[in-house]
Design a protein. Structure first.
Length: 305
């Protein structure tokens, strides 16, 4: 018995020694992995932020020092690039371009949110023949490149004499052609408890009342996510205004950046970058104002009722 106890004590002591020996090794591996992860994150952050920092620094440089200069920030910063924006471009005040972009982006948000939410409610809450087929066809439009439809759409709007207006840019927004946002809201609405619909139906509510009073408030995270991305996409849209808008008075901010290049191909890089910096401010403000709702939408999109 004594020998047996002695053997157990020796085995326990050996196990304790091995455990104490492996603890520093495990701790050092975790510390090394943490250091490598943080260094990699800082390197990726530097790569992502470098273009932004370059634009900020270039906006305070003279135009001739922007191209070819390796300095990130100028030694003698200037403000003439921003003050020159007050003079406007081609005789048009700079505020005109911002108001045009704001109107275009605002109407695009209204159109996409209203049409996408109505379409999503029909797919998620209403049973009708051919629903699965129509939903599949709608998702299939995501595979169709925008450039394939560009020429026939332009011909159609030209024959309707709607070019040089915002109708070609906004018509699709009010007709639920943004299949991705429809799909996003459909998935969100399918996760809502059906007991709420049944209770509202027992109280005599129709589909429009259920949509407005029950489903829409609960879909607020998905709606705000849709609004943020729609606003950013419309504000940064360049190809659409370039094709359909001919009058400089109707030009958006992205289109106005082309006006910094004259007929000889000489560009005012300082004014162009200052204009780009000014164009970033509304998007940044819009994102920061609704950032909390965007995070809530991503956090709750996986919850089921």
């Amino acid at each position: 018995m004594g020998a047996l106890r002695g053997g157990r004590q020796v085995s326990t002591a050996n196990a304790t020694v091995r455990t104490n020996a492996t603890e520093p090794t495990t701790s050092s591996r975790r510390r090394t992995g943490s250091v490598v992860w943080h260094v990699s994150a800082v390197a990726v952050l530097a790569v992502v932020l470098y273009p932004v920092l370059w634009v900020v620094g270039a906006s305070f440089k003279p135009g001739e020092d922007i191209i070819g200069s390796l300095d990130l920030f100028p030694a003698d910063p200037i403000l003439s690039n921003f003050s020159g924006l007050a003079d406007g471009m081609a005789g048009i005040p700079i505020s005109t371009f911002f108001l045009n972009s704001l109107m275009y982006a605002g109407l695009a948000v209204v159109g996409v949110v209203v049409s996408s939410s109505l379409t999503a409610y029909a797919f998620a809450k209403i049973q009708f023949k051919g629903k699965n087929l129509l939903f599949t066809l709608m998702i299939g439009t995501l595979l169709l490149p925008y450039h394939v439809l560009l020429i026939p759409q332009y011909v159609m709007f030209q024959k309707l004499q709607l070019t040089d207006t915002y109708v070609p840019l906004l018509a699709g927004k009010f007709l639920a052609t943004e299949a991705f946002f429809v799909f996003l809201m459909v998935q969100f609405m399918r996760g809502l408890p059906r007991e709420l619909d049944e209770a509202a139906r027992l109280d005599g509510c129709g589909h429009l009342r259920i949509y407005w009073s029950v489903v829409l408030p609960l879909t607020r995270p998905a709606i705000i996510t849709t609004a943020i991305f729609t606003f950013i996409n419309a504000w940064n849209d360049f190809l659409g205004p370039l094709i359909y808008l001919n009058n400089p008075d109707r030009a958006t901010v992205s289109l106005a950046l082309m006006m910094f290049r004259d007929q000889q191909g000489i560009s005012d890089y300082g004014g162009m970058i200052a204009m780009a910096m000014a164009a970033l401010l509304p998007v940044l403000a819009f994102f920061l104002a609704f950032q909390r709702y965007l995070i809530d939408g991503m956090a709750t999109s996986g919850l089921k009722g």
